[in-house]
Design a protein around this ligand. Structure first.
Ligand code: G2I
Length: 511
C-alpha cells in the first residue's frame, strides 16, 4: 500500500507544482474558480512532491465536527494518538479490543487517508500485566501482541511504528520489560513478528530527540545499520519531532535524515509539534513557524523522506499542556481551529500560496450571485449576492470584503450605494464604490461590500444581500459588458465576484 494518498480533487495528485497550477488555471477557464477558491490542502501540496502530510488524532476529538472536517480534508494520513497502543488493544493478556482503533482506521478509509499504526512495542502505556510477567514469558506475549494487532489491521495500516522509543537520551538502550527480558534482540524479534503478521506494512522504529545529529541519533543509526545488514525486515525510521522553541532547532536535521535514507530506508517525521513557554507571543510564534518550515525543508530535501505527521493539528487537542505544565501553543492551528503563522510557513515551504492564516481565518468563503436587474441600460445596478462558508470554521465577517466589478460608462464618477435588504440587517452591511487605478476590460469601478460585525458559521450562508448603486448624476449604465455580471436570475457560484478575508483573496478571480 502506498502512503501517498490519491488526490480527492479534480486535478491528479503527484504532479509537479507547475502542472497543478496549470490544472487550476484550466479549472478557472472552465468557469470554476481557481486555486484561491478551493485552496489545495497541505496534503495535496505534499503529494505534489510525492510525500504525504498527516496528523495524529484521538477518538474523543472526532465528535467535534469542525475539528473532524479539517482532519478529513487537509491531511492525507492519520496516526491514532492512543487507540492502537498496548493498554488499549490488549488491556488484559489475551483479551484484545480494536473498537477505538477501528474508529480511526474507518475514518481514514472514509476520507481516503492512509494510517500509520502506533505503536506495537513501547515501554509506556503498557498494561501492568506485561511488566508482571516472568522474563521467560515476555517474548511470547510480545510476539502474540504483535501478531494479533498487526494481523487485525493488515491491509488497513500502511506503516507501523513497530518499536517506539528504544533509546535513552544518551544513546543507551532504554530499560523496559522487553529489553530486560531479551536485551536489544527484542527489536529484531518484534520486526520479524510484524512482518509475518502484515508483510505489506512498512515497518518502522520511531524515537524522539533523534531529529538532529547527536549521541541518540548515532545510536539509532548504529542499530538500524545492523538490522539492515542482518536482513531484519525494517523499512523506515521515524523521527518524532517534538520540538520546543526554547531548545533551539535540532542541528543537522537534513544531514541526519539523509544518512538514514542512504542505508536504503524510508524516513518520516512522525509526531511533529513545536511547543513554547506560555503565553505565546509574536516572536515565539514566528520562531515556531521557522521550525516548522525547517522540518518541511529538511524532508523535501531528502527523497526518501516519505512524509510528515503533526502530533495533532490544533492547540485545542495537544498533549503538551498536560505533559509540560505552562507550555503549549505547539500546533499549526490555534484552539479555535484557526491556522497560525506556522500553517502558512508549512504551506509556503511545500510550494503553496500563503493563505494569510497567521491570525486570519481559513479561506473558505464563496460568493454567489443572481441577476436581479432586468434593465441593463438604466441608471441603476442591482447586484444580489450571498456568501457561503464552505469551510470547517466560523468566519468573522468583520474581516470580509466582497467586490463586484462594473464599468461606470459615461457621466460623473461619484456614486450613491444602498443595501435594500438583507436577513443580516442592512445596518450591518457597508458599501461603497471605488475607482480602479488601472481599469480592465469590463471593470473600471467596483462595489465593495463589507460587514460591521457578525460571524458566519461553517456551512452557513449570509442569505441574500440586495444591493443597488447609481451615479450621482443618474446617468445610464451599459451593464452588458460588466465583468462581474451574469444574466442568470437564480443564484449560482460567482467566480467573478471576489471575496477577501483579512485583505487576502479567498474566492474568485480579479479582473
Ligand atoms: O507524549 C507524546 C508522544 C510521544 N511519542 C509517542 C506518543 O505515543 C506520545 O503520545 C502521547 C499521546 O499524545 C497522549 O495523549 O502519549 C501520551 C502518553 O504517553 C498520551 O497521554 C495519555 C495521558 O498521559 C493519559 O493520562 C491518558 O489517559 O493519554 C491517555 C489517553 O487520553
Amino acid at each position: 500500500m502506498s502512503l501517498v494518498k490519491r488526490s480527492t480533487h479534480g486535478c491528479p495528485g503527484g504532479l509537479p507544482v507547475l502542472l497543478l497550477t496549470a490544472c487550476a488555471v484550466a479549472a478557472s477557464l472552465a468557469g470554476v474558480p481557481a486555486a484561491a477558491a478551493e485552496p489545495s490542502t497541505l496534503h495535496d501540496l505534499a503529494a505534489a512532491h510525492g510525500k504525504y502530510f498527516g496528523s495524529a488524532t484521538d477518538n474523543p476529538e472526532l465528535p467535534d465536527t469542525a475539528y473532524a472536517a479539517t482532519l478529513g480534508s487537509e491531511f492525507g494520513q492519520i496516526t491514532p494518538g492512543n487507540s492502537m497502543k498496548w493498554d488499549t488493544t490488549e488491556p488484559q493478556q489475551g483479551q484484545f479490543s480494536f473498537t477505538k482503533g477501528d474508529v480511526i482506521s474507518d475514518f481514514a478509509r472514509d476520507h481516503g487517508q492512509t494510517v500509520r499504526g502506533h505503536t506495537l512495542v513501547w515501554h509506556s502505556q503498557l498494561p501492568g500485566w506485561v511488566a508482571a510477567l516472568p522474563a521467560s514469558q515476555v517474548e511470547a506475549a510480545m510476539t502474540n501482541h504483535i501478531t494479533e494487532v498487526a494481523g487485525h489491521y493488515r491491509g488497513e495500516v500502511a506503516a507501523w511504528d513497530v518499536v517506539n522509543e528504544p533509546f535513552n537520551d544518551d544513546g543507551t538502550f532504554r530499560a523496559s520489560p522487553f529489553y530486560n527480558a531479551m536485551g536489544s534482540d527484542y527489536i529484531a524479534t518484534a520486526l520479524r513478528a510484524a512482518h509475518a503478521a502484515d508483510p505489506d506494512a512498512k515497518l518502522y522504529i520511531n524515537d524522539y530527540n533523534t531529529e538532529g545529529l547527536g549521541a541518540k541519533s548515532d545510536a539509532m543509526y548504529d542499530l538500524v545499520s545492523e538490522l539492515v545488514a542482518e536482513g531484519v525486515p525494517i523499512d523506515g525510521v521515524g523521527f518524532q519531532g517534538h520540538l520546543a522553541v526554547q531548545y533551539g532547532f535540532p542541528g543537522g536535521m537534513q544531514q541526519n535524515l539523509k544518512r538514514f535514507a542512504d542505508l536504503g530506508l524510508d524516513v518520516a517525521v512522525t509526531e511533529l509539534d513545536v511547543r513554547m513557554q506560555l503565553p505565546a507571543d509574536a516572536a515565539k510564534l514566528a520562531t515556531q513557524a521557522t521550525y516548522y518550515r525547517n522540518v518541511v525543508e529538511a524532508c523535501l530535501a531528502v527523497a526518501r523522506c516519505v512524509g510528515i505527521t503533526v502530533w495533532d493539528y490544533t492547540d485545542k487537542y495537544s498533549w503538551v499542556p498536560d505533559a509540560f505544565p505552562g507550555q503549549g501553543a505547539a500546533n499549526l492551528y490555534d484552539e479555535n481551529l484557526r491556522p497560525k503563522a506556522s500553517y502558512d510557513a508549512v504551506r509556503t515551504a511545500l510550494g503553496g500560496d500563503d493563505e494569510g492564516g497567521g491570525g486570519g481565518e481559513p479561506g473558505a468563503l464563496k460568493a454567489r450571485y443572481r441577476n436581479s436587474d432586468p434593465a441593463p441600460a438604466d441608471n441603476q445596478i442591482k447586484p444580489a449576492l450571498q456568501l457561503v462558508n464552505t469551510g470547517a470554521a466560523a468566519v468573522d465577517l468583520s474581516t470580509v470584503k466582497v467586490r463586484y466589478w462594473f464599468t461606470g460608462d459615461n457621466g460623473v464618477s461619484s456614486y450613491g450605494t444602498w443595501c435594500d435588504w438583507s436577513p443580516l440587517g442592512c445596518s450591518t452591511i457597508t458599501h461603497r464604490v471605488a475607482a480602479m487605478s488601472s481599469p480592465k476590460a469590463g471593470a473600471d469601478h467596483y462595489l465593495e461590500v463589507g460587514f460591521g460585525s457578525g460571524s458566519l458559521a461553517a456551512g452557513s450562508s449570509t442569505g441574500e444581500i440586495q444591493l443597488r448603486l447609481s451615479k450621482t448624476d443618474w446617468s445610464n449604465f451599459d451593464e452588458t459588458d460588466d465583468y462581474s455580471r451574469t444574466t442568470g436570475t437564480s443564484y449560482a457560484d460567482a467566480p467573478k465576484v471576489a471575496v477577501y478575508i483579512g485583505g487576502e483573496l479567498a474566492w474568485g478571480i480579479e479582473p
